[in-house]
Design a protein around this ligand. Structure first.
Ligand SMILES: [Zn+2]
Length: 126
């Protein structure tokens, strides 16, 4: 990689990092997992669900200590839960991107430091 393009990349990554840090903060009410809708039949022989696709049921599926958990979500809480799940997703994406940027910056800057050191040693010797 050329030095100029690597400096440009460091600047670009640092700017993105600054932006991310300004956008991402720990969302206090975030929820894990994903919200999904399924259908069920209640079992009453006279109910409309015998003939149609069934009653809607919302659930939140998430992992706790490696085990899958499913929580039923009342219909009137679906929007509330959806917002908190979205907050959780955005936070996780932000943190993942930040760490990926830090890994790239670490690699680039470590390389620059070692390149500079090598150049300095050459300069001292010659
Ligand atoms: Zn029914």
């Amino acid at each position: 990689m050329q030095k100029r393009s690597s400096n440009a990349l460091v600047r670009q990554l640092t700017a993105r990092k600054r932006k991310l840090l300004s956008l991402v903060s720990l969302p206090p009410e975030a929820l894990p997992g994903s919200l999904s809708q399924s259908r069920y039949r209640c079992g009453k022989p006279t109910c409309h669900c015998v003939r149609d696709e069934g009653h809607p049921r919302w659930s939140l599926t998430f992992m706790v200590e490696g085990k899958k958990r499913v929580q039923n979500i009342p219909k009137d809480r679906v929007e509330f839960v959806r917002q908190r799940v979205d907050e959780g997703k955005a936070f996780k994406q932000g943190v993942a991107e930040l760490m990926a940027i830090n890994a790239q910056l670490f690699h680039l800057m470590d390389k620059q430091t070692r390149d500079n050191k090598a150049r300095g040693q050459r300069g001292a010797a010659g």
